[in-house]
Design a protein around this ligand. Structure first.
Ligand SMILES: [Zn+2]
Length: 88
């Protein structure tokens, strides 16, 4: 059970929650000699995440447990059943 960086995050396919690859944002100071990371790296719900166990690729929001986003279900319009004429 994760309580820090990965709090609430688990693979929706295999349930693995120990390690993920996340595509985040980081700033680099770059000179002709090379580059150096500056400040923090960060990511958000829209960032790409890959399960280290089953390689499922998705967005972080899709990997968050318990937060099922209730999709507003469009009411199905009454499907008209064409009455089958039974011969008999
Ligand atoms: Zn997985």
């Amino acid at each position: 059970m994760n309580t820090n960086c990965l709090a609430g995050i688990a693979c929706p396919r295999c349930g693995y929650d120990e390690r993920f690859s996340i595509v985040g944002v980081c700033t680099f100071d770059v000179t002709d000699d090379g580059s150096e990371a500056v400040g923090d790296h960060e990511w958000d719900d829209e960032s790409t995440i890959v399960c280290a166990s089953c390689s499922l690729l998705g967005k972080i929001k899709d990997f968050k447990k318990g937060k099922k986003r209730g999709k507003p279900r469009t009411k199905k319009r009454g499907v008209r059943h064409s009455p089958r004429l039974r011969n008999g």
